[in-house]
Ligand binder design. Structure first.
Ligand code: SF4
Ligand code: F3S
Length: 106
């Protein structure tokens, strides 16, 4: 499966949802997740993210392993998103900032 990692938090560009052939992205207040049971590993979304927040499960950095569980958990409760929308106004400022997990809203 593919996993949305930390750099999506407060960036949420949503380019990724447009290309997913199985519409398996789910949207929270400031982060998106991929449903691990629905993702077909097509890899189309990975290059679409302007802040490189999406990883194949195998390439998820060591310090972001918690996002595996977070994607699985939140995909069960958040609503599906299939169309791109405007990113937060301050998305650029948050791109690449470290330790964003503390800002994750549920
Ligand atoms: Fe969707 Fe493919 Fe990305 Fe999985 S890898 S979330 S199926 S676009
Ligand atoms: Fe997040 Fe990147 Fe998609 S910032 S919403 S994973 S395009």
């Amino acid at each position: 499966t593919f996993v949305v990692g930390e750099n999506c938090i407060r960036c949420k560009h949503t380019d990724c949802v447009e290309v997913c052939p199985v519409d398996c992205f789910y949207e929270g207040p400031n982060f998106l997740v991929i449903h691990p049971d629905e993702c077909i590993d097509c890899a189309l979304c990975e290059p679409e993210c302007p802040v490189e927040a999406i990883f194949s499960e195998d390439e998820l950095p060591e310090d972001q392993q918690v996002f595996l569980e977070l994607n699985a958990e939140l995909a069960e409760v958040w609503p599906n998103i299939t169309e791109m929308k405007e990113a937060p106004a301050d998305a650029e400022e948050w791109a690449g900032k470290p330790d964003k997990l503390q800002y994750l809203e549920r």
